[in-house]
Write a protein that binds this ligand. Structure first.
Ligand code: FAD
Length: 321
């Protein structure tokens, strides 16, 4: 029996969900990521007291396939429905009152969720990819990895475009996609509202989420897109100082805020996307997935990986030629 080989670029939710599904069906799957570990925009920051997340704070499901995936993760003890209070400028309301159903938070490191998705696929970290060619992945160090039955690219459009010189059809479609940035910070402060989530009605800051480990008083604070566009090229210290002083003003805090970490997500959320779940160049056997194609959010990214895997499994006969 033919054992098909897939080479996947990007170990975020989309790449991992596709990789794991193909590997579970018996494919030989390599996943290459430039980072130290899997996760992408679900990656984790290790702290002395435990882990914290500067990346996506919530997972939410609007439709069934991802809902049942989340229910399965609840059973495994990997995610839990969000409970607690949200402070919304004037009042504190409960999560249910805010009508935010089907929102979950990881109870294990978010990057571990992505590892679970990867299943039996082989993950190659610290492996930045420079170019994609039919059946071949070229790493930045010049290594050529070839003979794949199918190549899948699962990175944000602006990072995918430089890889696609040999694939003009895909390049052209991806060129339409625009992303907006977010700065996120891990901050600690005294006082402030007794809540688990703070939703700012402000042009500088968007959201603050109390970190999971109890009693640490550590929060992840997310800027608005406008803030991140203003401080896109600013040094980390400047962006941190601006965000901390905005936060002090918004919450009326008497003492300075400690900023323990900061990260600029240059490609945080797609403003536009190609549409559909995946985009393929059938002749060259290369496909694109992820939120550049399917739209913003973990659910869409996960679904895009699943849908492409399903399509590939259905097309096995064609691939065998
Ligand atoms: C701050 C923030 C908050 C968010 N909040 C939410 C939320 O509350 N709910 C929600 O549903 N969604 C949220 N999102 C969006 C969600 O995280 C993304 O839509 C989703 O994770 C995208 O997954 P992906 O697999 O498409 O891409 P990514 O997770 O970005 O994965 C792409 C991977 O490709 C790798 N890569 C890039 N270039 C190369 C290269 N040249 N070679 C090798 N590897 C490469 C990267 O290292 C990365 O691991 C948020 C995003 C951010 C940044």
């Amino acid at each position: 029996m033919t054992r098909f080989r897939a080479g996947i670029v990007g170990a975020g939710v989309a790449g991992a969900s596709c990789a794991g599904k193909l590997a579970a069906a018996g494919w030989d799957v390599d996943v290459y990521d430039k980072a130290r570990g899997a996760g992408g925009r679900l990656s984790t920051r290790r702290m002395e007291q435990g882990w914290a997340s500067l990346a996506s704070p919530f997972l939410s499901a609007r439709r069934d396939p991802f809902r049942s995936q989340l229910r399965d993760w609840v059973r495994q003890g990997w995610v839990a429905p969000v409970r607690g209070n949200i402070w919304q400028g004037r009042a504190t309301v409960s999560w249910a009152q805010a009508q935010l159903q089907n929102h979950y938070r990881p109870t294990i490191e978010p990057s571990q969720l992505v590892h679970h998705l990867l299943g039996d696929a082989r993950l190659h970290t610290l492996s930045p990819v420079a170019a994609l060619q039919p059946r071949t992945i070229v790493l930045e160090n010049g290594r050529t990895l070839g003979d794949y039955d199918c190549i899948i690219c699962s990175v944000p459009a602006p990072q995918a475009l430089p890889m696609l010189d040999a694939l003009p059809l895909l390049r052209e479609r991806l060129g339409e996609v625009r992303y907006r940035p977010i700065w996120s910070f891990l901050m600690r402060w005294e006082g402030g509202p007794a809540a688990d989530v703070i939703k700012f009605d402000d042009h500088l800051l968007n959201l603050a989420v109390r970190q999971a480990f109890n009693g640490s008083g550590l929060w992840a604070v997310y800027s608005s897109h406008e803030f991140a566009e203003t401080y896109l090229e600013a040094p980390i210290e400047e962006a941190s100082t601006r965000a901390a002083s905005a936060l002090m003003g918004l919450l009326g805090l008497p003492c300075p805020v400690d900023v323990e970490a900061a990260h600029l997500w240059r490609y945080a959320l797609p403003q536009t996307s190609v549409g559909g779940y995946w985009l393929g160049d059938r002749e060259n056997r290369v496909a694109l997935i992820g939120d550049s194609i399917a739209g913003a959010g973990i659910e869409r990214a996960w679904e895009s990986g699943q849908r492409l895997a399903q399509a590939l499994l259905q097309a096995e006969e064609e691939l065998a030629i």
